[in-house]
Design a protein around this ligand. Structure first.
Ligand SMILES: Cc1ncc(COP(=O)(O)O)c(C=O)c1O
Length: 390
């Protein structure tokens, strides 16, 4: 392949489908929480590839694991067993709850698997019930079923007709779930903290009450932990804060340390897939699984779950003096909301000053940094944000 020596917005416009707006910067390398552009400028990265790079950029252990696995076996398909895949499944189950794992390549695919699983479960165990209750403002990915499950019209309306079987209710409102439940309902699907809409945490007691409702009415509880999972909120999984266990949990983002991998875990009650029901050519291939196993090892070895809780508190308090009307979040998943439409200019000012933050809309800024973020880096980020906030 010929190298494209200089990347310009014009070249990108010409050759890439225009599915989203990009910020005017081209990154060429990264190390830890720092990333560098074509001109060698350094940026402190509080977005981490949208909550992906839990160990920062190019963590040496991930680089070594990927290099080793790449030299040994990259891909086989799922017609055969591979040790990295079975080993990773075992690790995930041991870290979470008794379950089995389906591997795929992204969060949307993990949710797609969860939706199919729920529908099959409904056929088997709830007289053909198929409706899934999800929440307004939620985000579950961009496949047709996932945008329909997600509660944001801007992502689904252009693609009508949408698959049937999704009912949206307000987040943090158990009564709304109760009223929406009918004989057609098969599952409730939630994010423990709504991420993409701007970090809206579940209120205390919400997840527990939804769990009880699902138990009383023989519904599956599906938790989308694609963004909240794997230490991000200061626990391995966000549902652990609420002292509950889902029937089905989806993971992706941080799992592969930057390599694409997703996972859908289901407990024995929900695990109704049989050979032929579902599949993926690349899902859980040895390369992605070797990277993911290393991510889990390093999180554990370096105590990064506790570190994320500690740094999360520090980050949260450092955001209090930016003139935002609200600061919200759990662990290293934080956001703040300006009164006026200031988020995009703020993001641009931070970028120009060497700090990466994520304006999720006109008002709110999201921070989902690597779990290895240090107190000094929070200080540095705070200085830049103070100036950008004016
Ligand atoms: C909670 C949640 N679920 C699903 C997804 C979709 O993941 P992916 O982009 O890997 O398909 C995202 C991505 O932002 C997410 O935040």
């Amino acid at each position: 392949m010929k190298d494209v020596e200089v990347t310009t917005p014009e070249l990108a416009d010409r050759y890439l489908m225009q599915v989203g707006r990009r910020l005017p910067v081209t990154f060429v390398r990264g190390q830890g929480c720092l990333v560098y552009d074509e001109a060698g400028r350094e940026y402190l990265d509080l977005v981490a590839g949208i909550a992906v790079n839990l160990l920062g950029h190019s963590h040496p252990d991930v680089v070594a694991a990927v290099a080793k696995q790449a030299g040994q076996l990259i891909h086989t398909s799922n017609l055969y067993f591979t040790q990295p895949q079975v080993g990773l499944a075992r690790r995930l189950v041991e870290l979470s709850f008794p379950s089995r794992v389906f591997f795929c390549n992204s969060g949307a695919e993990a949710n797609e698997a969860a939706i199919k699983l729920a529908r099959k479960w409904g056929t088997r165990h709830r007289d053909g019930a198929f409706e899934i209750i999800t929440t307004t403002g939620s985000f579950h990915g961009r496949t047709l079923a996932a945008v329909t499950a997600g509660g944001q019209h801007k992502y689904s309306d252009p693609f009508k007709p949408l698959p049937e079987g999704f009912v949206h209710v307000a987040y943090n409102d158990v009564e709304a779930i109760e009223s929406a439940t009918s004989a057609r309902t098969v599952a409730v699907m939630l994010e423990p903290v709504m991420g993409e809409i701007g970090v809206i945490p579940a209120e205390p007691g919400y997840l527990k009450r939804v769990r009880q409702w699902c138990d009383q009415h023989n519904l599956l509880l599906i938790l989308d932990e694609v963004q909240t999972g794997l230490g991000r909120t200061g626990r391995w999984f966000a549902h652990q804060h609420a002292g509950i266990t889902p029937d089905v949990m989806t993971l992706a983002k941080g799992l592969g340390g930057g390599l694409p991998i997703g996972a859908c875990l289901a407990n024995p009650r929900a695990d109704v897939f049989e050979p032929g029901d579902h599949g993926s050519t690349f899902g859980g291939n040895p390369l992605a699984c070797a990277a993911a196993a290393t991510v889990l090892d390093v999180i554990e070895r370096d105590g990064l779950v506790g570190h994320a809780a500690e740094m999360g508190e520090l980050l949260h308090s450092s955001l209090q003096d930016l003139g935002a009307k609200q600061v919200r979040g759990v662990g290293l998943m934080q956001a703040f909301e300006f009164e006026g439409a200031r988020a995009k200019p703020f993001q641009q000012a931070c970028l120009e000053a060497g700090l990466i933050v994520n304006a999720v809309d006109e008002h709110s800024v999201r921070l989902v940094p690597p779990l290895i973020l240090t107190a000094q880096q929070i200080d540095r980020a705070h200085g830049i944000m103070r100036k950008a906030a004016g």
